[in-house]
Design a binder for this molecule. Structure first.
Ligand code: AHG
Ligand code: MN
Ligand code: MN
Length: 347
């Protein structure tokens, strides 16, 4: 007899709790709550195109609820669901300049903090293009039983205990790691559950996709310009020219490259010397997933997960994807550095 065999996100989380002998289930419960919040956001995202129609027919705002921008809505959903979970003592999000601390009795004793970009790629929502949520979890370094402190939110990325993203695409997926590989779950809308669809994800060592906003080419550092030229050169052996693919949603661009092999680049420019993307809630979580899948994440010189953030909103140049491609880019950035040092000393 054929059996209907699926593994839901919650089942998977509980099964794998045994990986953490010291854990009492808090991290598992926290991850489940992230999944629930993601489902609430997903419901709204999937209705985004209907907002005007529903508005005219009186189905929205029936309780006098005002229409909110999607990223503010996502922010509020995650904050309220995570506070209700009692498993985090504080959150930092892209939408809030200050960290948010929870000082109700339940949350004050929680040992985790969470950083997140509640809605990534939000400019794509009006045009029906994929968007995402990015998050990571740290153990607090401040004392339990008190409010979370700023130092909890600027820990070096290698201290992350879990990280993940939700991709609201042609289907909705949650991908996460706790440092023991990467697993992907697809939301089955008929039963309202994330189901394991991509167990133990690995990214190819080499890929043939490069993803960058090439409109900014003139402003890129020379090492990055050289790398782009290299991607465009003809070389049948390495399958070049590579394909250029850019959605403008980090989660979606990264997810495609994770599955197919590729590199995502967000370089610095004279007007934005540290690039655009945020170290703590965009770059670090994606870096953790990339590394756990066999890939690599760098600021051009250093491993992303070794950088010490100065603030939760700090930006950093970002290069992530297939290991061999990030290695090659770093090599080309180094070469330019060596050349410019030589010309400075008149060699
Ligand atoms: P957000 O919507 O959270 O502000 O993030 C958008 C980010 C990221 O998702 C994407 O990779 C990048 O901005 C695109 O930037 P450009 O439009 O400059 O290419
Ligand atoms: Mn973002
Ligand atoms: Mn955002």
């Amino acid at each position: 007899m054929k059996t209907y065999s699926i593994t839901t996100l919650n089942e998977f989380i509980i099964k794998n709790q045994a990986d953490f002998p010291y854990a009492k289930g808090e991290l598992s419960r926290l991850l489940s709550h992230v999944g629930i919040a993601a489902k609430i956001v997903n419901k709204k995202v999937k209705k985004a195109g209907l907002v005007d129609i529903l508005g005219e027919s009186g189905f929205v705002n029936i309780q006098g609820e005002e229409q909110k921008k999607m990223d503010v809505f996502a922010d509020e959903v995650f904050i309220s669901r995570l506070q209700a979970s009692g498993e985090v003592c504080g959150i930092a999000t892209e939408e809030n300049q200050e960290i948010i601390t929870f000082d109700d009795n339940l949350s004050k004793d929680a040992k985790y903090i969470l950083l997140m970009d509640p809605l990534d790629g939000s400019s794509n929502i009006d045009v029906n293009v994929s968007i995402g949520t990015i998050f990571c979890i740290f153990r607090r370094v401040s004392k339990n039983g008190n409010k979370a402190k700023p130092e909890d939110f600027v820990q070096v990325g290698s201290q992350m205990v879990a990280a993940g993203y939700v991709l609201y695409g042609s289907s909705t997926m949650m991908v996460y790691t706790t440092g023991r590989g990467v697993n992907g779950f697809t939301l089955d809308p008929t039963i309202g559950e994330f189901c394991l669809s991509h167990p133990n994800m690995k990214t190819p060592e080499y890929g043939t996709i490069y993803s960058i906003n090439e409109g900014n080419y003139a402003k890129f550092p020379d090492g990055v310009k050289n790398y782009i030229k290299y991607c465009q050169e003809v070389d049948p052996e390495s399958n070049r020219p590579y394909s250029s693919r850019y959605i403008g949603s980090l989660v979606a661009d990264f997810h495609r490259n994770l599955l197919k092999g590729g590199i995502f680049l967000y370089p610095p420019s004279p007007g934005a010397p540290t690039g655009k993307l945020r170290l703590t809630y965009e770059c670090n979580p994606i870096a953790f997933i990339a590394e756990q899948a066999g890939g690599k994440a760098s600021d051009g010189e250093n491993r992303i997960m070794d950088l010490k953030p100065e603030s939760p909103h700090q930006r950093v140049p970002y290069y992530v994807g297939s290991r061999a491609m990030v290695d090659k880019l770093e090599e080309m950035i180094r070469e330019v550095g060596v050349e410019s040092r030589k010309s400075e000393v008149g060699d």
